[in-house]
Design a protein. Structure first.
Length: 409
């Protein structure tokens, strides 16, 4: 039987309740119809026997009712810029960690991944409106340009600690969004090892009043941009073509098939979405393990995939002659706004553990690791898809999951 629809007073009681009370109210309302074993699993796995976890969740989000444990695994075998890594990955999907480890081990035999990342520059944006004509837009932009020193000074108190760490104000720029759409003011800041969302939002809000005063316009909104295209990360690898042989395909043919699969993703957006989903299987799992903002990382990666006007592959593959024969080259380039201090990664014990497993990297280093993981994940997927397929490996784990569920019911 469907539980009775809770009314507004139930919602109000939930808001005022403690985590434990909220859990009890919801269990009574919605979980009565489950068998006792399954109900117990639901309560235990969401934190019933872990009051500290429940307190922590209550600290992290509003109206918490517990946690959903996502498995945390280690993809091993990564050699990135000459250093070996065990990559923490939080994912509910089978095969992702095995695939990343497989690709990483192969690539590590031939020098591993070479990576780079830009300085951690992020943008805050203030959108102004209320200008009567295109000429008024231009005058407002000129006034903002002329006042850039005083706007920078207005941010100094907020940026003092960032400056001490080697970051801080980078630039301010005003652009017309087209008459009637208003003006966008972009403040670029070096956020060092932070993801920087709070700081950027505070900077944007601090400039609301000065910008209204300077231009006579009205602020519509002030918020960071997650686009992060000033903060690109890249990774690449080389493998002897002969070593790409798989499932009865010669090395040359297997490498050709990988390149052809990537070419399809560059031509057909419906394939590119799946191709890039595979890239993000690795990057998002690392992002979550490190307590970073998966939505921010994903949104700007997908926006970048469409930066040419068509949604395409984030990765590239080609063949080049090497000293000992032809080599398959793989590369990836994407914006990566990782943080290693502050926010959830500064407080979440598991995120702190993941960062420790990585040797407590700085944010730029974490972005480079993420690029290598995304490329490994994609190479593993394309290698399997264009050879024996992926279902074989998937099905074994799937069967284990079904057996577990049947036992639980
Ligand atoms: C599955 O999660 C990811 C893949 O679909 C990626 C791809 O098709 O490239 C295997």
């Amino acid at each position: 039987m469907e539980p009775a629809t809770p009314d507004a007073s139930f919602a109000k009681k939930l808001r005022k309740a403690s985590v434990a009370e909220r859990r009890e109210m919801l269990a009574n309302q919605y979980l009565e119809s489950f068998g006792s074993g399954e109900r117990q699993d639901m309560l235990e796995f969401s934190g019933a026997n872990n009051p500290r976890l429940l307190d922590f969740c209550d600290l992290m989000v509003e109206q918490s009712i517990g946690a959903i444990p996502v498995p945390l695994g280690i993809a091993s075998g990564f050699l990135i810029d000459g250093r070996h890594y065990h990559i923490p990955m939080a994912t509910e999907e089978p095969s992702v960690i095995a695939a990343a480890s497989f690709a990483a081990s192969r690539i590590s035999h031939y020098g591993g991944f070479k990576t780079r990342a830009d300085a951690p520059l992020m943008d805050a944006q203030i959108f102004l409106e209320g200008f009567a004509s295109p000429a008024a837009d231009s005058i407002a932009i000129a006034m903002i340009d002329a006042a850039s020193d005083s706007l920078r000074d207005a941010l100094s108190p907020l940026l003092a600690s960032m400056v001490q760490r080697g970051g801080g104000f980078h630039s301010i720029q005003a652009d017309s969004l087209g008459h009637g759409m208003g003006i966008k003011v972009t403040v670029r800041i070096n956020v060092c090892d932070a993801m920087g969302a709070n700081l950027l939002n505070s900077c944007a809000e601090t400039l609301r009043a000065p910008l209204e005063r300077i231009t006579g316009g009205k602020v519509l909104m002030a918020i960071l941009s997650n686009q992060a295209e000033a903060r690109m990360a890249e990774a690449r690898f080389s493998l002897p073509v002969d070593d790409c042989a798989r499932a009865g395909f010669s090395g040359v043919e297997a490498a050709r098939r990988i390149i052809a699969a990537c070419a399809i993703a560059n031509t057909d957006p419906s394939r590119a979405v799946t191709h890039n989903k595979g890239v993000m299987n690795g990057i998002s799992a690392l992002t979550l393990a490190c307590g970073n903002d998966t939505r921010a990382i994903e949104a700007c990666a997908h926006a970048w995939a469409a930066h040419t006007g068509q949604y395409r592959s984030l990765t590239s593959y080609w063949i080049e002659a090497g000293p000992e024969g032809d080599e398959l080259k793989g590369s990836i380039e994407l914006p990566a706004s990782f943080g290693t201090v502050g926010g959830a990664c500064g407080i979440h014990p598991v995120a702190r553990m993941s960062l420790a497993l990585l040797g407590n990297p700085r944010a730029q280093q974490l972005s480079r690791i993420a690029a290598a993981v995304g490329l490994a994940q994609n190479f593993a997927a394309l290698s399997a898809l264009t050879a024996e397929g992926i279902q074989q490996g998937h099905m074994k784990l799937h069967e284990r999951r079904l057996a577990w569920r049947n036992k639980a019911l």
